[in-house]
Every structure is written in structure tokens, then in C-alpha cells.
Write a protein that binds this ligand. Structure first.
Ligand code: TYD
Length: 674
């Protein structure tokens, strides 16, 4: 049996597939147990003690890894792997089974603790087994698939928990019995896992030693090199802070959902929403925001998650909270994939393993500390009732405070990460983001410099529209007023451009592909900007050009039917993002324009009528999309009328022709007295 995939799927390896099924089942059981245990602990206590009871469950779950992790790893190495795993699963089955049977809070803690200790033996045994079942070149795939099932089983477990809560809500009366049902099912998953692994004869007795270094040691060793680069520093702050905020949510979720009037089913739904959101974030966001800086997005995603969390704390409506939770998860998911990819891409091979180990250890400690702190914070805040009006009272209790605090941490940490990691300093965030949403990369006006002081005007239009005449008249008018004016045109305003113009417009040029044509115009333009336009603008001149980027968008885009977006991108790169302050389009029906010539003069003019009609529509569409940057004039009007309309509009954007310091003479400025 084979699986489809880029390589022959690792899941087609039968022993690995079995192990993977066992692993998925255990993960599923694990997630289910978190929900069931917190629900049960909550139902075994009353009032504010509930906070502590739930926090206690999580602390007990996290603590063993910190304390016994390395020890268990070393011990596990000495035993037969298959036996270790089977015994561990049977023990976990029995322990989970005992929790509802005993039905006491103290035993719940002890059993949970023991389950985690047993798990510490199970994991290294599994880790050491995988390389024996899978060929080396597929190991990474195998690890990926394991990771997917570890986290992918969470929403499934959350959904199952909700459904179970609903079913048992019909069958049983107390909340305790409902949680018990989930625990029984959870116990069974470990029994099935034990049976599956038992049947795996392929697991070698020993070999493939894995060493599990101490968590604290990893943190201290990691600290030294993490501090050295801003990227890893930013990632660390972001990831650890996000998990700390996450700890606050996990720790308080059950109590909060209850305060909002939800039961276990609602708790399961809210829990699952986090993972649904994470999945959305992981898969969608990098695709939608393809052009956006990953490093910026990382911090923003955490800030976004923080804002969602703040809203969750304030808006006390279960449905809205569930939706916001998905949003929170989306932010977390985005941050997670970015963190994961950035470390993969930018941390040296030799340091990557250590970086991960460091981060994972730190994350566990952060989770543990926050989860442990949550009940105390909630308890310290207590309950507050704010009377809004006669019939409504706003509740602000411990859980609200905890969530708000978590939100604050996330926002601060997001900001810090953003500042540390920003790779586009000086590029305004909003414009950068808007451009990315349109699928473009925002190019700063001028690479590495400030905006020019001059004014940049462009004339555009089809053949025979009269641009050349109007451009000349405008230049004369401006010079009359004392402005330094540069008139220029495309293609062919530089030495190199002349040669390109010859190729582009010569009727002898045949078979030039549309893309090559686009690039040649862009090449001419790049030279034009670098040699003529930018220097003129920098010294403060007014530049009037006959044709610019929009000609390419209209002729090569609309005319040759190439993708406008791609042409825009090429040209943005060619010009360094330089756009005219105002573009004047002289609009004439193509018959009229072409009729102004005796016979087609060049290669482009010789294109059929439909081509020129498309070009005309192309220009109009550009102006419609950004009306503030354009002046569209009916080119069939008398010349003097056209000129006047141009003057009226250009006057409004002209700078002071005399130095701004010479205030006294401003009133005599011709532009104003005209
Ligand atoms: P030109 O003789 O300068 O034309 P006009 O007087 O019409 O402005 O020739 C430029 C020709 O090149 C014109 O037919 C339009 C075409 N063109 C493009 O197709 N793409 C471009 O980017 C530019 C600048 C011009």
C-alpha cells in the first residue's frame, strides 16, 4: 500500500504506521485528559477553590518533565523499548481508569502526576524507535507527521469532549459523571495503543540511544548564544511571551467559560477553537500575506493575539468569546509557523538543535509558572460588580483580570519582538501592509534616501492624443514663472535609451515577445529615472515627462494583455518606486488619434484598432482606480481649453518658486497673482 505525497510516504512503512497510530491515539488521549481532568477538578471543588484546583492539574502535568525529564531519559535507555512502551501504556490506562473510580481530588493529582512520569519513559523510547523503523532520508518526514498528529489531535479531542459532554448531559445528571465518561474513553485509548505497540515485533531491543539533557542546563547553555542575535532574541521574547499568555488562557478558560454560563461542551468548543484558529493561521496567513515581511508579521501576530485576548476578557458573551478565541489562535498560529521557519532558515545548522531545545525548555518553564500563578492572581482580584444601569451589572472578576493581564503581556512582548526583528525600518507599516494585502511588495520611494524636493508630472494617452504639444506648453508656462523645468520623454531620453527606442519602434523589429518588449521599456525607464528624472527632482526641478509607467500598463498590460500586476511590479523595481505627483491623461477615441497621422509611423502605431481601444480603456481604468493622482482630459476639445484645465490642476500642486525663507516676496509670486 502506498500513500500519495511528494516522496513515497513514510506512512507506507507498516511498522512506522502502527507506531504513528499509537502515538496519535496517545496524543488524542492526552488532550482529552487535559479537558476531562480540569473539568473534573472543577466539579470536585467549589467557589474560588476551583481556580486553584484547575491550576493544580496543569502544574502537576507540567512539573514531572522539568524535574525528572533527564533522569527518565537515561533510565529508559536501559530497557527494552517495546516493553517500556507497552508497560507505560498499560500503566497510563490503569491510572486514568482509577481517577473516576476513586473520585477524589487528591488522587486526581497523584494519578495525573504519575501518568506524566510514566509518559517521560514512553517518549524517549518512542523517539529512539523511530530511526529504526524509518530509513534515514525519511526521518524528517516521519518527525513532521508525528508533530502533526501530536497537535492535530487537539481539536479532534476538543470536539470529542464537547460531543461527549452533550451526550452525557442527557444521560447523566452531574457534571462529574460527564467528565468521568471522557476519562474512561481516554483510558481506553492507551489500552489500544498498548495493544498496537505490542504487535510491533520490529522494534529492536536497544540501540539508537537518545540523550535527554537537563532542561535547566539547556536554558543556561542556550542563553549565551541566543543573546547574540536580535533575530533569535526577538523570536525568544515573542515565543516565550506568547506561551506565557497562552498559559493564562489555559489556566483560566474553564472557570471563565463557566462564568459566562457555558458548560463542559462550551469549554470543549472554546478549547478547540484555539486550534482551529491556529490551523487557519498556519496555512492561510503566509499565503495571503506573501509579500509581507515575515519578521514584521511575527510581532504583529502576537500583538493581534493580545488584542483578541483583551476583547475576550472584556466582551462577556460566549459566542463572541468562542469566535475571538479562533482569532487568538490565528495570531498564535501565524507566530508559530514564522518562528519555526525563521529558525529553520536563519539559524546556523550547528546551532539550530540547541536553539530549539532552548526554546522548548523555556516555553515549558513559562507555561508552568503562569499556570501556577493564575489562581493566585484570580484570587487576589476577587469579584467586582459594576452597575451600568438599572438592569445590567458588569462583572469583572479574577478570570477577567487574568486574561487582561495575559493580553497585556502579549501586546508588550509583540511590540518588543517587532522592534527587535524589524527588517524594514523606515517603511511605514500601514502602507507596507496595504501593499501586501494587494499582493505587492511596498517599495520605498527611493532606495536609501528621502523624497525628492521637486515635482514630477507625467503625460499619458494613446497615439495622437496631443500629449507632446501639451507637455511643451506646460513647460513653457512653468518656466515663465521661474521654475526649473526638465522636459523629457519615453522611450529614448538617454544614450542607452535611444538604442532601445530604435529596437522598440523600428518596424523592422519582428517577433519581439510581449514580455521582452515590457522589459525593454522598463530598462529604458530605469535608465531614464536614474540618469534624468531623479537627479532633476533631487535638485528641486519640475520634471514633465511624455509617457511613463502607465504607458507600459496600458500598452503592454491592456494592449498586449499581460498581467497588469506583474508589469507594475517590474516597473516598481525598475524605478525604485518613483511615482508621478500627477499624471495627466489625454483621452481621445483611437480613430481620432490615429487619424491625426497620414500613415502609421512606427511598430506600435501599426497595431490594429482593437489594440489601441484596449490601450485607451487601460489608461481610463488606471485613473479610475486612483483618481487623486490623475487628471483625465477629453483630448478632442480645443487646444486652449485643454491647456487651461491643465494649468488649473497643476497650479494646485506647485511649490513655492522662491525659497521658503524669503517670506516677504511670496505675495508677488506669479503663481498666486496669475
Ligand atoms: P513615441 O513616438 O514616443 O509616441 P507618442 O508620440 O505616441 O508618445 O512612441 C512611443 C511608442 O511606444 C508609443 O506607441 C507607445 C509605446 N510605448 C509602449 O508601448 N510602452 C511604453 O512603456 C512606452 C513608454 C511607450
Amino acid at each position: 500500500m502506498t500513500r500519495t505525497g511528494s516522496s513515497p510516504g513514510v506512512l507506507s512503512i507498516k511498522p512506522f504506521r502502527r507506531l504513528w497510530i499509537a502515538l496519535s491515539l496517545s496524543s488524542f488521549g492526552d488532550w482529552l485528559s487535559i479537558l476531562a481532568l480540569t473539568a473534573l477538578a472543577g466539579s470536585l471543588t467549589k467557589g474560588s477553590a476551583e481556580n486553584y484546583a484547575i491550576g493544580g492539574v496543569l502544574v502537576v502535568k507540567l512539573l514531572p518533565a522539568l524535574v525528572f525529564g533527564p533522569l527518565a531519559g537515561a533510565v529508559a535507555d536501559r530497557f527494552d523499548r517495546r516493553t517500556t512502551m507497552v508497560i507505560a501504556d498499560i500503566l497510563r490506562f490503569s491510572l486514568f481508569l482509577s481517577i473516576p473510580i476513586v473520585g477524589r481530588l487528591d488522587w486526581l493529582y497523584i494519578a495525573t502526576f504519575l501518568v506524566e512520569v510514566v509518559t517521560l519513559f514512553w517518549i524517549p523510547a518512542k523517539e529512539a524507535t523511530v530511526p529504526n523503523l524509518v530509513p534515514k532520508d525519511q526521518l524528517e518526514k516521519a518527525n513532521q507527521i508525528s508533530l502533526i498528529s501530536t497537535y492535530g489531535s487537539a481539536p479532534v479531542a476538543a470536539g470529542t469532549f464537547s460531543v461527549l459532554a452533550l451526550i452525557s448531559g442527557v444521560l447523566f445528571e452531574t457534571q462529574r459523571q460527564q467528565a468521568n465518561l471522557a476519562l474512561y474513553i481516554n483510558a481506553v485509548t492507551f489500552l489500544v495503543s498498548a495493544a498496537t505497540i505490542f504487535s510491533l515485533r520490529e522494534i529492536p531491543k536497544q540501540g539508537g540511544k537518545v540523550s535527554v539533557p537537563s532542561i535547566l542546563k539547556q536554558i543556561f547553555a542556550g542563553w549565551r548564544f541566543v543573546g547574540s542575535t536580535p533575530l533569535v532574541r526577538g523570536l525568544t521574547v515573542g515565543i516565550v511571551g506568547a506561551f506565557a499568555a497562552g498559559g493564562a488562557v489555559i489556566g483560566i478558560a474553564k472557570v471563565y467559560v463557566k462564568a459566562l454560563g457555558g458548560g463542559d461542551a462550551a469549554y470543549g468548543v472554546v478549547f478547540g477553537m484555539v486550534f482551529v484558529g491556529m490551523a487557519i493561521g498556519m496555512f492561510l496567513a503566509p499565503r495571503i500575506l506573501k509579500e509581507f515581511s515575515r519578521r514584521r508579521l511575527f510581532g504583529l501576530a502576537i500583538i493581534g493575539a493580545g488584542i483578541a485576548l483583551a476583547l475576550i476578557a472584556i466582551i462577556q458573551n460566549l459566542v463572541i468569546v468562542a469566535l475571538l478565541t479562533a482569532l487568538l489562535g490565528t495570531g498564535a498560529g501565524i507566530a508559530w509557523v514564522i518562528g519555526y521557519t525563521l529558525i529553520g532558515l536563519e539559524v546556523e545548522d550547528s546551532l539550530r538543535g540547541r536553539t530549539w531545545a532552548f526554546l522548548q525548555s523555556l516555553v515549558r518553564v513559562a507555561l508552568l509558572l503562569t499556570v501556577a500563578a493564575v489562581p493566585f492572581i484570580a484570587g487576589a482580584v476577587g469579584e467586582h460588580r459594576i452597575k451600568l444601569n438599572k438592569n445590567s451589572v458588569y462583572h469583572f472578576d479574577g478570570p477577567n483580570a487574568v486574561l487582561l493581564l495575559g493580553a497585556l503581556v502579549a501586546v508588550i512582548v509583540g511590540l518588543l519582538a517587532y522592534r527587535q526583528m524589524d527588517d524594514r525600518r523606515g517603511v511605514p507599516l500601514l502602507r507596507d501592509l496595504m501593499a501586501a494585502l494587494r499582493g505587492e511588495e511596498y517599495a520605498p520611494e527611493e532606495p536609501g534616501g528621502s523624497r525628492e524636493r521637486g515635482v514630477f508630472l507625467a503625460f499619458e494617452g494613446g497615439e495622437g492624443a496631443g500629449k507632446t504639444t501639451q507637455a511643451r506648453l506646460l513647460a513653457i508656462w512653468l518656466r515663465d514663472q521661474g521654475f526649473d523645468v526638465v522636459t523629457t520623454r519615453e522611450p529614448g531620453s538617454t544614450k542607452m535609451g535611444m538604442r532601445l527606442r530604435a529596437i522598440l519602434l523600428d518596424k523592422e523589429t519582428t517577433g519581439l515577445s510581449a514580455r521582452a518588449e515590457t522589459l525593454l521599456y522598463a530598462a529604458d525607464r530605469a535608465q531614464h529615472v536614474a540618469e534624468v528624472i531623479r537627479p532633476a527632482l533631487q535638485r528641486g526641478a519640475i520634471v514633465v515627462t511624455d509617457r511613463y509607467v502607465d504607458s507600459s500598463l496600458a500598452y503592454q498590460g491592456a494592449g498586449r494583455e499581460l498581467k497588469g500586476k506583474e508589469i507594475a511590479e517590474v516597473n516598481r523595481w525598475a524605478t525604485g518606486g518613483l511615482t508621478p505627483d500627477l499624471t495627466i491623461i489625454l483621452d481621445v477615441p483611437s480613430d481620432v488619434g490615429l487619424g491625426r497621422f497620414a500613415s502609421p509611423a512606427d511598430r506600435i502605431e501599426s497595431e490594429p484598432r482593437e489594440f489601441h481601444e484596449r490601450v485607451r480603456r487601460g489608461f481610463r481604468a488606471l485613473a479610475e482606480a486612483e483618481p487623486h493622482r490623475y487628471l483625465v482630459i477629453d483630448g478632442t476639445q480645443p487646444q486652449a481649453d485643454i491647456t487651461r484645465q491643465i494649468h488649473d490642476r497643476v497650479r494646485s500642486i506647485l511649490p513655492d518658486p522662491v525659497p521658503a525663507t524669503a517670506e516677504a516676496v511670496t505675495s508677488t509670486m506669479p503663481v498666486i497673482s496669475d
